[in-house]
Design a protein around this ligand. Sequence first.
Ligand code: ADP
Length: 310
Amino acid sequence: MNEIKVFAPATVSNVACGFDVMGFALHGVGDEITVKRTPEQGLQVVAIHGAENLPMEADKNVATIAAQAFLDSLDEKPTSGFSFEITKKVKAGSGLGSSGSSSVASVVAMNELFGKPYSKEELLLFAMAGEAAISGQPHADNVAPCLLGGFVLVRDYHPLDVIQLDYPDSLYCTVVHPQIEIKTSDSRKMLKQQISLRKAITQWGNVGGLVSGLAKGDYELISRSLKDVVAEPVRSMLIPLFHEAKQGAIDLGALGASISGSGPSIFALSSSKEIAESIGNHFTSLYKEASIDALIYVSQVNPKGAEVIS
Ligand code: ADP
């Protein structure tokens, strides 16, 4: 095989109380990467469509950084080089795991070209190398749901312990992505390094409640648990109309709403497509009235994660 095209979905991470440990995959939006073998050795980003100002250098783009981590793990060195053509449907700095989608699409493509030496779980470490390169930390809360699909809990990193959670089929997500960029690194600087014991107790009570509510399909419990007392109070300051967007979603029947990743995207969860779509309409008119460009997505949780297109 000399050429492969892979889709890797955008992801909502943190999911309110699950700061840095939870995420889920979306349908239809994400990155497509075509990787081709080339006679010249080395890795080369040949084109990036759909986003400006992303690095073309192989040692700066997460797609090629993750691919290099994959290659470094192999006993035999490759006999060809590889070119990467990246089509982005989510801009960087979206809070929808844009960098994670590129890392994952790239390692899934490399794995296919090499005859699938690794399972999806094993590929996670290479995708995490892409995240580590841009944030200094090998976070998995975007790349794990992007690669594996579904709703994921990253229980631990030493060793990596990723758990796929059960969730109700009728769970819907509405996302608004106001077209401003917030770098994860900037948003992270806003967070205090310490939190009070009282806040920690509230947060881990809600994480337990959310996991249990998802497993039982108990929408009341999901709703009570979709609260974030750690990151949302400070990070929401960077997001235009955050409180209006969230309150409007809840008034329309959302189970809860919060920041996706480090923002500026906001997500709301609901128990039906109808509610999810009415929240989408609310987000559309709210940002239109304020003359802020915004993209809206309505999606169930994507159970498959990254997949080969052709
Ligand atoms: P997101 O949460 O949307 O991934 P981040 O701020 O975490 O946003 O990551 C974006 C950073 O990663 C930017 O600095 C961007 O230049 C860098 N980057 C490198 N390669 C890519 C890529 N292929 N796709 C997206 N971002 C990339």
